[in-house]
Design a protein around this ligand. Structure first.
Ligand SMILES: Cc1cc2nc3c(=O)[nH]c(=O)nc-3n(C[C@H](O)[C@H](O)[C@H](O)COP(=O)(O)OP(=O)(O)OC[C@H]3O[C@@H](n4cnc5c(N)ncnc54)[C@H](O)[C@@H]3O)c2cc1C
Length: 405
């Protein structure tokens, strides 16, 4: 019997990879909750920062773009760069994509994956249903799951870990921000997630302050009609760097590690969407500081001690602090990867080193989406990265698959 390929994850990257593998006739088992990061770990009422052209999940056959979904569902078409996609529409699109192209999805968790040491090779997977099975290859597409990053200076006020009911939480723990109506809220961060969380909480009745590191760190992009015409168009705006990173991620792997890690953090990094500026400026206060020194709860409420640009320290108190401090890829946090894999995986700063076709140093073990950004560039942090990643991963896996019978 031919062993299937296991795809772990049912977000945009897992679904797209599974569709491409199925398109090549490769038997596949796909695990995860469809679109769960978008449904449970992003705020209700959020709007996508990516434009409609950059928000399709790649499929091997025509007819499955965001625009195709809108047509099928009778939603007014989202086409131009000025159209803004509500998160609820995008979730429904992902679920439609799954039902159309990955109908056999299994809504269970993979508890562990390890190399099989017995003859025949492959991987042994354990599911939370208790089932054990063998896969020929494994694609890890677990996206944001488990990778929320809480900086150490904020951890002091979160002795029992971040939680919406305690003094400090992470932005990924919020869907409904109305719980902070009438409360004093601090949001730490300057990326789109921080700025939009702040606006949505303020619109729900909270009094909100954004605390951001660095002068001028709270900034917004230009609307499409003000972007320079003489630079090439990319899904993220007009700029040579964005164009190269979007359409030519191949050479990225060959850049020095330091440059790659820097680009992943900085390019397409913290910048609010153009359409958020007005709502933000009318509802949210901002403290741009040199850095946050620590957080504590000594008088019963969370308070940040910050170092200002003048060299003076200041205390900022609130009823709750939300750390919108992003995600860090760290293989150590992927607790389902067994010891037989960990000891063999080549790693650079916590991220797997990937070769051609997204394969890791363990033959048959692939990573796509966020964990592949250190190898293939920042575009892998976004849905449009599926267009580059999924066909290449599926092609590589198919070649290895046929080579092994
Ligand atoms: C606030 C916010 C706003 C964003 N806005 C945009 C945007 O506008 N445009 C854009 O392109 N990108 C945006 N992103 C980035 C976006 O989240 C990612 O591009 C995308 O979700 C990555 O997809 P993924 O499939 O890799 O992972 P995810 O969407 O995170 O999906 C992970 C999947 O893995 C499954 N899983 C995890 N662990 C296991 C396990 N052990 N067993 C089985 N299944 C498991 C989960 O159930 C889930 O199905 C945003 C991110 C955030 C945080």
């Amino acid at each position: 019997m031919i062993q299937p390929v296991a795809v772990i994850g049912a977000g945009p990257f897992g679904l797209s990879t599974a569709a491409h593998l199925r398109g090549r006739g490769i038997p596949v088992r796909v695990f995860g909750e469809p679109m769960v990061s978008w449904r449970d770990h992003m705020p209700a009422g959020m709007l996508l920062k990516s434009t409609p052209a950059a928000s399709s999940i790649d499929a091997p056959q025509r007819g499955h773009t965001l625009v195709d979904y809108c047509e099928a569902a009778g939603i007014p078409r989202l086409v131009t760069d000025e159209d803004i996609i509500p998160v609820e529409t995008f979730i429904a699109y992902g679920e439609w994509f799954q039902q159309e192209l990955v109908p056999e999805l299994e809504r269970v968790r993979v508890v562990s994956v390890d190399r099989r040491t017995s003859a025949g090779g492959g991987f042994e997977l354990k599911l939370d249903s208790g089932e054990l099975f063998t896969a020929r290859a494994v694609v890890v597409a677990t996206g944001l799951s488990g990778l929320a990053h809480l900086p150490s200076e904020l951890a002091g006020a979160a002795a029992d870990g971040p939680t919406p009911k305690g003094p400090v939480s992470h932005s990924s723990q919020h869907h409904d921000l109305t719980r902070y109506a009438g409360k004093e809220l601090i949001v730490v961060g300057a990326g789109q997630s921080a700025l939009e969380t702040a606006v949505l909480a303020a619109e729900a009745g909270a009094r909100v302050r954004v605390v951001a590191r660095g002068r001028g760190s709270v900034a917004f992009g230009e609307p499409p009609w003000r972007q320079p015409r003489l630079r090439p168009e990319s899904p993220f705006g007009r700029a040579w760097s964005l164009w190269a990173l979007s359409y030519y991620p191949h050479p990225y792997r060959r850049l020095p590690a330091q440059v790659r890690h820097h680009l992943v953090r900085r390019v397409l990094g913290p910048l609010g969407a153009w359409w958020l500026r007005e709502r933000f400026e009318s509802t949210v206060r901002v403290s741009e500081v040199e850095r946050v020194l620590r957080a504590d709860t000594s008088d019963g409420h969370p308070a940040l001690t910050v170092l200002g640009h003048t060299g003076r320290t200041e205390h900022l108190a609130a009823d709750h602090v939300i750390a919108a401090t992003g995600y860090r890829v760290d293989l150590a946090a992927m607790d389902f990867l067994g010891p037989g894999l960990r000891t063999r995986l080549a790693v650079s700063r916590g991220t797997p080193k990937l070769g051609v076709g997204y394969v890791s140093s363990v033959p048959g073990l692939y990573f796509t989406g966020l964990p592949s950004a250190a190898s293939y560039g920042p575009v892998m942090r976004f849905v449009c990265g599926t267009e580059f990643a999924s066909p290449r991963l599926a092609k590589h896996l198919a070649a290895a698959h046929s080579a092994h019978g």
